[in-house]
Design a protein around this ligand. Structure first.
Ligand code: ZN
Length: 191
């Protein structure tokens, strides 16, 4: 089980409210009528650039980045690649190449219809408005970095992407991770 999937199980109800509130602060108003996303779908940090929306998770195994359209709908990675520079609490910098990672085969993840932004779910299925088209299983960019034993809340990242679809073919951003005292998704069950 990857640290990513470990973050997906439903948090406590109170936590959901916290996540929703936290996401309101970063989620763009440009979402229009799309209600697909009311919180980060992968428990990560949402960053809006000029023409894209990204969600980033720093986990024990490295960096995970998911793509969304400028209307907040999930998107596939396509031909995009990138690099991540992670700055560790002790000042060390780790570089990782970000490459396409296929969705988990255990059925976990986000499933969506590329034609209907409102069709987003956490289980496999079909799009009714499309007449039963099998939903896409959202893939991700992943860069392996061994962060075991690190204080993940104190790791900062700069992500550089290229080969993007849309108006903006490249993007550089630094996800603003929650303060260490906002324990939105505890990852380590013990010490
Ligand atoms: Zn559809």
């Amino acid at each position: 089980m990857s640290p990513t999937s470990a973050r997906l199980p439903r948090p406590a109800p109170g936590l959901c409210v916290l996540l929703a509130i936290a996401s309101l602060a970063v989620w763009p108003a440009a979402a229009q009528s799309s209600t697909a996303l009311i919180a980060p779908l992968h428990g990560g940090v949402v960053t809006e650039t000029e023409s894209h929306i990204f969600e980033t998770v720093i986990a024990r195994d490295g960096v995970h980045v998911w793509f969304f359209t400028d209307e907040s709908a999930p998107a596939m990675i396509g031909r995009a690649t990138g690099t991540a520079s992670l700055k560790l609490p002790n000042g060390q910098v780790r570089e990782a190449a970000l490459t396409l990672r296929a969705p988990a085969t255990d059925g976990a993840g986000v499933f969506f219809c590329p034609m209907h932004a409102e069709v987003v779910q956490k289980t496999p299925g079909e799009c009714e408005p499309c007449g039963g088209m099998i939903l896409f299983h959202q893939d991700e960019l992943f860069g392996a970095v061994d962060l075991s034993g690190r204080d993940l809340a104190a790791v900062t990242a700069q992500i550089r992407l290229s080969g993007l679809k849309g108006r903006q073919k490249e993007a550089t951003f630094s996800p603003a991770f929650p303060l260490p005292d906002v324990k939105a998704a505890p990852q380590t069950p013990g010490k």
